[in-house]
Design a binder for this molecule. Structure first.
Ligand SMILES: [Zn+2]
Length: 152
């Protein structure tokens, strides 16, 4: 993904969380524990959790600030734009998408997975939890801009 955005999100995550020594069980704002001297610290996100790593903090911030992408809906919408709304089968005019989905759900879901990886590769959507939740890059960029305006 876009490195600049990733760095900004990491910076944001660090500014919202506090280094925490789990062995001594206290906060270490300096980045080093003043009791045992370690710099192998967890990050405490007040009211949420305390853990190693930073992606979970980014995920938690995005979850609070943004609406996750509804992949089912968006994929369906993108397909709707490519085909006729209804398809005639025999004498019946049926909703094209509904027929496709119910006739061959496996083909539908594999096309959806391909579409998801393509969107992710192109950087339109991004995930911080290994693909179970996606956010729109556009929304993330707007959020970062808003936050930058708030902090001079
Ligand atoms: Zn310590």
């Amino acid at each position: 993904m876009n490195t600049e955005i990733k760095l900004k999100l990491e910076k944001l995550a660090l500014s919202k969380s506090i280094p925490f020594c789990y062995s001594c069980y206290h906060e270490c704002p300096s980045g080093r524990c003043n009791s045992c001297g370690t710099d192998d610290l967890m990050q405490l996100l007040p009211g949420v959790a305390c853990d190693y790593g930073i992606d979970w903090i980014i995920e938690s911030i995005l979850e609070t600030e943004l609406t996750a992408v509804n992949l089912d809906e968006e994929f369906e919408e993108s397909i709707r734009q490519c085909y006729e709304e209804t398809t005639k089968i025999g004498w019946m005019n049926l909703d094209t998408i509904s027929v496709m989905k119910s006739h061959d759900p496996i083909s539908w879901s594999s096309a959806q997975s391909e579409w998801e990886s393509m969107e992710a590769e192109e950087g339109n959507i991004v995930s911080f939890d290994n693909g179970s939740t996606y956010y729109r890059m556009y929304d993330i960029e707007n959020l970062l801009e808003e936050l930058e305006l708030q902090t001079p």
